[in-house]
Design a protein around this ligand. Sequence first.
Ligand SMILES: [Zn+2]
Length: 61
Amino acid sequence: MGDVVPFKKKTHAEKHKGNTLCREGHHAWKIDKEGQFDVKSGRLVTIYICKRCAAIKNTLS
Ligand SMILES: [Zn+2]
């Protein structure tokens, strides 16, 4: 429930013109927001975004 990480929806075409590494799960993470307070977990989290495909993860996941 609380730990679902949202991913940007992309069309089929957008996904496939993207990077092969991303499709294999090797994303190019960069810090999007550092030290965000996550209300659900009561902790500070850092949010990462992939600079190639815009997938998102955070330090809780
Ligand atoms: Zn990616």
